[in-house]
Design a protein around this ligand. Structure first.
Ligand code: ZN
Length: 314
């Protein structure tokens, strides 16, 4: 992407309404989700993962998925994304009118089985079926595979680079538009992030997708910067770092959107997101999830004296 005065150089893909809300026990009321999503859009976020299409008995937090998609679609210029673990979820998401699907495809065989009860080969078959359905009923919709546990797995431990590259290559061969790498378990380090994105890009080239980093061990931003350094330009993050990791009590989950935007804007890398309005979007999040911990160093510290944004003349 060529940088211009008006075009962001990186795409911040906000995953809080999906990754965040499905990781907390409390259910945010639908009306509060609407207000929160509106606030995220007002801040300039142009891609939002708004929900996942999974049975409500498994994830009551996502029971209103179709309704949330319908609401998000009222915002022109926003790419409305949903996570779908299988063909049934994909069909519901496509019928609801999403612009983009993301499918969690674990590099770790053990995690894949625990998460969606499929072997990796079965997941590749699901992806192929989802792509076929997309071609049939919603050809404009983008399909992304998020290669989860790409940097390590809490069940099987180490995940080999070869397994990650293999999964990304198979997903692209099965027809996805993009395959990104997810640090589902917060185990990544910057050297590993550079190495793996380079290896994956060598095989799938322009199909290389987002960096989805967690901040479980405090390396979320360092890992995003490492990914940026090797050419990644889409970053998943969550407002307030919502999505605490159950294996690391007190640690935040996803990279905090506010801190990520601060890092890039302070470096002179344009995100298209207004930091002040973004920080204001924490209010509806807190209101919809009373008592839930909300993270972020930048909102706590406040913006630096003399902070001006955007730094490019319009
Ligand atoms: Zn995540």
């Amino acid at each position: 992407m060529k940088a211009t005065a008006t075009q962001p150089e990186v795409l911040i893909s906000e995953v809080g309404p999906r990754d965040g809300l499905q990781s907390v026990k409390a259910v945010m009321p639908t009306a509060d989700k609407f207000v929160w999503i509106d606030a995220l859009v007002a801040a300039g976020l142009r891609e939002i993962e708004v929900c996942s299409f999974v049975p409500a008995r498994l994830l009551p937090q996502m029971a209103d998925a179709a309704e949330v998609v319908r609401h998000a679609l009222t915002h022109p210029g926003v790419t409305v994304m949903a996570l779908v673990p299988n063909l049934r979820g994909a069909e519901a998401a496509l019928r609801a009118g999403v612009h983009k699907l993301t499918i969690p495809a674990s590099a770790s065989a053990a995690h894949m089985m625990a998460n969606v009860r499929m072997t990796r080969e079965q997941m590749i078959e699901q992806i192929r079926a989802i792509v076929r359905l997309r071609d049939e009923i919603a050809p404009g919709v983008k399909v992304e595979a998020g290669i989860s546990t790409a940097f390590g797995c809490t069940i099987q431990g180490e995940v080999s680079d070869d397994d990650v590259v293999w999964m990304a290559g198979e997903a692209v061969a099965a027809g996805v538009d993009e395959a990104g790498l997810s640090d589902t378990t917060g185990m990544a380090n910057p050297a590993q992030v550079r190495r793996l994105f380079n290896k994956v890009r060598a095989v799938i080239g322009e199909h290389t997708g987002a960096a989805h980093m967690h901040n479980t061990r405090g390396l979320g931003l360092a890992n995003c910067l490492a990914a940026y350094d090797v050419g990644v330009r889409t970053f998943d993050s969550s407002l307030g770092g919502l999505g605490g990791c159950p294996y690391a009590p007190g640690a935040s989950g996803n990279v905090v959107t506010e801190d990520l935007v601060f890092m890039f804007e302070a470096m002179g890398v344009r995100t298209g997101v207004d930091l002040e309005i973004l920080i204001a979007a924490r209010a509806p999040l807190k209101k919809g999830l009373p008592g839930e911990p909300v993270y972020g160093m930048t909102p706590e510290a406040g913006l630096p004296k003399g902070w001006v944004q955007p730094r490019w003349p319009a």
